[in-house]
Design a binder for this molecule. Sequence first.
Ligand SMILES: Cc1cc2nc3c(=O)[nH]c(=O)nc-3n(C[C@H](O)[C@H](O)[C@H](O)COP(=O)(O)O)c2cc1C
Length: 385
Amino acid sequence: MSKHKKNDLYNLLLGQLLSQDEGIDAELLSNSALTAIKFASLNRNFPIISNILSTASSDFQRNNTRLNQTIFGSQFKNPLGLAAGFDKNGVGAGLWSYFGFGFAELGTITWHAQKGNTKPRLFRIAKEKAALNRMGFNNEGAKKFSKTIEKQKLPPPRHRPCVLGINLGKSKITPLDEAHKDYALSLRLLAHLSDYAVINVSSPNTPGLRSLQETKQIKKLIRTLKDLSNCPPLLVKIAPDLSNEEIDEIARVSIENGIDGIIAINTSLNRFNLKNLKIQTGNTLEQENGGLSGLPLQERGLEVMRRLRSNTKNDLPLIGVGGICSARSAWERIAAGASLIQIYTGWIFEGPSLVPNILDGLTLQMEKHGFRNIKEAVGSEEPWK
Ligand SMILES: Cc1cc2nc3c(=O)[nH]c(=O)nc-3n(C[C@H](O)[C@H](O)[C@H](O)COP(=O)(O)O)c2cc1C
């Protein structure tokens, strides 16, 4: 089947559903896709499945060595990753490379399994290429997660076709002052499976979680996790709603305490210019709880990236996420300082062809600017041509 036909098929099957806010529940749609992905990942070495996967992946993968980088001791085939929250339980860990991603961040995982908030808790806002979610870290817990990963028989960390990060959060039942112990229990169990781990202190849907971004709290968290004998490269993921001064402070404290990278940004409590927009519940965005993602985050994501880059003086790998939904926005985030970038909402709306579109766009920009490796573009502030 030709590439165009496949994209048409995607648009025909899902594009119609995704372009309307009403209709099939957004979470049900993602869960159905994940069921198929889980089956394919577990059975990816069976000849029939492996044939289907290699045919499909030829449309998405780009094997261009100019996009390679070694970061956190791992080789990234390209700088584009799947952001945390889509594969919360790691069921697709063996499959993300087939979609062309250079890396995927699994989770958020908490020590205790938890159901998350009541449904509906995920809403499409198609016209704005945005989504609102208040999932609340629904996940099967760290113990089940480790079994899920082991069952997929992946190569060990640093030898995988797709680098895998594990994003950790605090269990809802754990009091805030014991958060560090909760993260540590998860990390101790999962460290040997991770190429890198993320301290998520920025999701808006766990009460009090974002207060862990404060100086004393984040210091305690980083120190506790860094003290584990098997701690993998450790990153912190921050919120877009911090003030610029708070961003400077969290960068400073994180670096002082040995952090290996920063991910910016998580979903936002800000509604930007969409306060009065009504969603499926009949309420306006301003009246609904949850974090906004997608295109409305693009500008803030870029601004936070520039701020972090100027604070970290090119010393620390930064991962840019939030509102990236085209090759141009991907290039701009890299040029602003991101060594790696991630997508979530854009990938849902644009479909899997967004991955090769971004990778091809980055390659073309590198050619236009005379860069031999994507590393040279990081923080270059070279404009999109
Ligand atoms: C439905 C949904 C669930 C998410 N769950 C998580 C999560 O569990 N952990 C996390 O760190 N980020 C989570 N995120 C945030 C994304 O990883 C990303 O930071 C944010 O959506 C901005 O990127 P985007 O505009 O490309 O979607 C979630 C986002 C969405 C839309």
